[in-house]
Structures are given as structure tokens and as C-alpha cells.
Design a protein around this ligand. Structure first.
Ligand code: SF4
Length: 487
């Protein structure tokens, strides 16, 4: 008897039933049931809070992310970053198990801190929580104070910590909470009356595109603005392969982060991913505080450059003006391939605003816009963008819906393409449309995190990727007589 023959299926489903259900889930009737769903989330387009906290921690010099909670959770965050960046993501966990869940995780935290401090010699450990210690109500403030009093870590050793309960919020909120705590810790007592570093503090938010960080730094250098990029992951997750392993490559120097409290201007280009941090900065940092959208597309990049030029009294250099001209030229050359096309979009709030801005500039239609952890404020802002363009007419926003909802939308009200992350590949395949992977995480393509999406160069990159794919599809599907050299 073969092994296959020995398998006894518990339930036999006739092929006709499989095809009936396969067709039914593409129907209007199913969509209505799907949208009536209340108590179940299927394939949400976000990760949990601690994952975001870990990204913020990786953005600082010599910093070891420390997960207070379950080891499995820590592995999930690390493996997500490993797969997205194809780089190591060194982080530790104090591995709470059943006894920690019953008696509290203080012993785990103390032992973990002692080991990590001794073995990995980080300059700072950034502590954040997984679900388990949040459910049982572990008191991080007291645990950390006790650790210092017991001499596990020196009294003045920087140990920022954030409560990052995953049953509330998303990776974006965890990023914000961790960044806030890191800045509170590093800047404590560093504000000096009358001192101004003359620098810009830039907050990029939860952005897992290392190319974007490099692009910000390049633009600032072109204009001649001294800057501190807070939570700079450009080296942490994109360091050169030179034969030497470094546990903590790159990151914002701790001294610069501490002195950021005396900055000339603090600018966030991620209002949704740094809302709490920015509110605190407004009350505590010297200088001006400015919040603006992530610079996707030409108009928002213009806004960024003009703001920087105004605040630092610098002219916009010819090189950037020329870059703008090239972006406009590239958009003009390519618009015929994207104009009027319908897109389905999902992702983080700051990125969604960026996608919508870019598509409307190209005369494309951001037709289904979905955020699985969004707010009324986000909905209003997206709606205002749609209302401000003729291409926004008839486009719809879905807040706190998931990718299974999005699948129903694709099957009942089709689009030409999807923009999102790797998790959308199944529905895009079912809907037989391309998926443009601009978000996070991207597991199934290489090097996309190195391709900037922000600024004029980012606009060129996005439209090149999109338009060439549409041209590929035309080449692959057209009749022989329409298979042209020129497209
Ligand atoms: S949702 Fe909670 S249990 Fe799941 S990986 Fe995140 S922290 Fe761990």
C-alpha cells in the first residue's frame, strides 16, 4: 500500500463544491457578508506594536532592542526584518514562559538585562513588551528601577522602555512609543538655555525603506543643512558586506540624539507614525517644530524643500531644481501609461497619504484605499486629497478593514493594479493584476528597500516601476500585429 493510499481524509469535499465556493467568494453576495463581518480580522495590513518599537530601537547607535516577553514574539519581529532587509536584526528577549505569566516577569527581565549587558555590551538597551506582560500588567517602571538598585545595570545606563500592547494599535504606534521613550531618556537634563545646535532634527517615522533615509540625507546635504536624522536605520539595515560582522552598524549617534533637544528645527515627515513623540517634542525641544506629510510626489517634495529653505535661510540649489525638472519630464513622458488607471492601495497611514498624492499627480485613480489601523483623522485627510482632484471622484476609503475585505473589492469592482506589501500577492494573483511592492514588509522581491520612494527621485522610481509593468503586460498579452518596438 502506498503512503498516499493510506491517508484517510476526514472530510471529502467534492470538486464541484470546491468550484462553487471558489466562485461564490468572488461574488457581490459574498462581499456583503464579508463586509458585515464584525468579530474576526483576516490578514490585517499591519504588524504588532513591538515590531515597530524594535525598528525605532535599531535606529540608534550601539542599541540593543530588548523584548520583555515571549521569545516566539521576538523571533517574529526579527525574522520579519531579516526577510524584508535580508540583514541580521540583533535583538534579545527575556523569554517569559508559564512561570513568568503566573508570577510576573521581573526575574526574567533582571536576568535578561544582566546577561545582555555583560555579553553584548550595548551602549543602550531599548525595552519594549510583547502581549503577555501587558496582559498580566507587569510594571516596567518598578522592574527597571529595581534592576538599577540591585546593580544589574549602572544607575545612569540608558534604558528607555515602552509599553507596546499588541491588542491595541499597530507597529506604527509601537514605533512612536519607543521613539518617544528613547528621546525622553537621551535628552533628559540636556536642554541648555540659549544653546542652538543650528541643526535640523528629522523624524522619518516607521519607514522600512533604507533608500528613503539616504535620500533625506542627500537632499539635506545638497541644500547645506546640518542635520540629525532621528532613528536612522540606513546603515543598521543596509550595511556593507566587507567580511566583518558588526552587531550595531550605524544608527543615530547617541550624543547627537541627546543634543537634538537644542535643535534649530525639528521636523517630522511622518505625522501618523510620530504623533505622540511630536506632541512631546513641541513641549520640550527648543526651536521650531514642524509636521508635514511624507514627501511622495512632486508637490509634497516641493513643500518639504521650500520649508527647509525658508527655515534655514538657504536657496534651493540648482541641482535640486534640475532634479525636479527631470521628475516632471519623466512624469510627462510616462503619464500615458498610468493616466486613468485604477489602483487598490493598502498600508500605513503616512505611506497611504503618499501613494494617493503620487497617483493623483499622475492622473491615476486611487480607487480602493484601505488602512487596517486608521482613524477618522486619516479618513478625512485622504478624503480631502480625493476631493481636491478630478481623479479622486468615485474613489473610496476603507478604514479598519483587512486584506480579505480588499480581496472582495478586487473581485467585485476590479482595478488595474494593487499597491501594498507582500501580503497582497495572493489577492492580486486571484484578481490577475500586478502588485507594486512599495510598503512593508517585502519578502518576495530583492533590494526594493534600497530604492527610494520619497523626493523627486522617488517619484521617478515609482512611476518607472509602475509604467514599465503595464507596458510588460501589454507586450505579454497583445496580438502579434500589435507587438510593437515603440510603446
Ligand atoms: S501580537 Fe502579541 S503574541 Fe503576537 S507576536 Fe505580537 S506581541 Fe507576540
Amino acid at each position: 500500500m502506498t503512503a498516499e493510499a493510506a491517508v484517510k481524509y476526514v472530510t471529502e469535499i467534492p470538486e464541484e463544491e470546491v468550484s462553487r465556493v471558489s466562485e461564490w467568494i468572488n461574488s457581490e453576495e459574498y462581499k456583503e457578508k464579508n463586509f458585515a463581518r464584525q468579530a474576526l480580522v483576516i490578514n490585517p495590513a499591519h504588524a504588532c506594536q513591538p515590531l515597530g518599537a524594535e525598528l525605532a530601537a535599531h535606529g540608534f547607535e550601539g542599541t540593543l532592542p530588548f523584548v520583555h516577553g515571549s521569545q516566539g514574539c521576538a523571533s517574529y519581529y526579527r525574522s520579519t526584518f531579516n526577510r524584508h532587509f535580508r540583514e541580521p536584526a540583533p535583538a534579545v528577549s527575556d523569554s517569559m514562559t508559564e512561570d513568568g505569566a503566573v508570577f510576573g516577569g521581573q526575574n526574567n527581565l533582571h536576568e535578561g538585562l544582566e546577561n545582555a549587558y555583560t555579553i553584548y555590551k550595548p551602549k543602550m538597551m531599548a525595552i519594549f513588551t510583547s502581549c503577555m506582560p501587558e496582559v498580566i500588567g507587569d510594571d516596567l517602571t518598578a522592574f527597571i528601577k529595581n534592576a538599577r538598585n540591585k546593580g544589574i545595570v549602572p544607575q545612569d545606563y540608558p534604558l528607555p522602555y515602552a509599553n507596546t500592547p499588541s491588542f491595541n494599535g499597530s507597529h506604527v504606534h509601537g514605533y512612536d512609543a519607543m521613539l518617544l521613550s528613547i528621546l525622553q531618556t537621551l535628552t533628559e537634563g540636556k536642554k541648555i538655555e540659549g544653546r542652538c545646535t543650528g541643526k535640523l532634527n528629522l523624524i522619518a517615522g516607521f519607514d522600512a525603506n533604507t533608500g528613503n533615509y539616504r535620500e533625506y540625507k542627500r537632499i539635506l546635504k545638497e541644500i547645506g543643512i546640518p542635520s540629525t536624522l532621528l532613528a536612522d536605520i540606513s546603515e543598521s539595515f543596509d550595511s556593507p558586506l566587507d567580511g566583518t560582522y558588526r552587531a550595531y552598524p550605524g544608527g543615530t549617534p547617541l550624543e547627537d540624539a541627546a543634543d537634538s533637544v537644542n535643535g534649530k528645527v525639528t521636523l517630522t515627515v511622518a505625522p501618523y507614525a510620530s504623533a505622540k513623540t511630536f506632541n512631546w517634542i513641541k513641549d520640550n525641544f527648543s526651536g521650531k517644530h514642524i509636521s508635514m506629510p511624507t514627501p511622495f510626489g512632486v508637490e509634497k517634495t516641493d513643500q518639504l524643500l521650500m520649508t527647509l529653505a525658508r527655515e534655514f535661510g538657504k536657496p534651493i540649489p540648482e541641482s535640486l531644481k534640475a532634479e525636479r525638472g527631470r521628475a516632471v519630464d519623466a512624469m510627462t513622458d510616462a503619464h500615458q501609461y498610468i493616466h486613468g488607471k485604477k489602483f487598490a492601495l493598502y498600508g500605513d497611514p503616512d505611506y497611504l497619504i503618499g501613494y494617493v498624492t503620487f497617483l493623483l499627480e499622475m492622473g491615476a485613480r486611487p480607487y480602493h484605499i484601505l488602512c487596517s489601523k486608521g482613524t477618522k483623522k486619516l479618513e478625512k485627510e485622504l478624503q480631502a486629497l480625493l476631493d481636491g482632484s478630478p481623479y479622486g471622484a468615485g474613489c473610496k476609503i476603507y478604514i479598519n478593514k483587512d486584506l480579505w475585505h480588499m480581496r472582495s473589492l478586487l473581485m467585485t469592482d476590479p482595478v488595474d493594479a494593487v499597491i501594498g506589501d507582500t501580503h497582497g500577492k495572493f489577492m492580486a494573483r486571484d484578481a490577475k493584476v500586478p502588485l507594486f511592492r512599495f510598503g512593508f514588509p517585502i519578502f518576495d522581491r530583492v533590494n526594493l528597500h534600497r530604492m527610494p520612494l520619497i523626493g523627486y527621485q522617488g517619484a521617478i522610481n515609482m512611476l518607472t516601476t509602475i509604467c514599465n509593468k503595464f507596458i510588460d503586460i501589454r507586450d505579454e498579452t497583445c496580438d502579434d500585429r500589435n507587438f510593437e518596438m515603440m510603446r
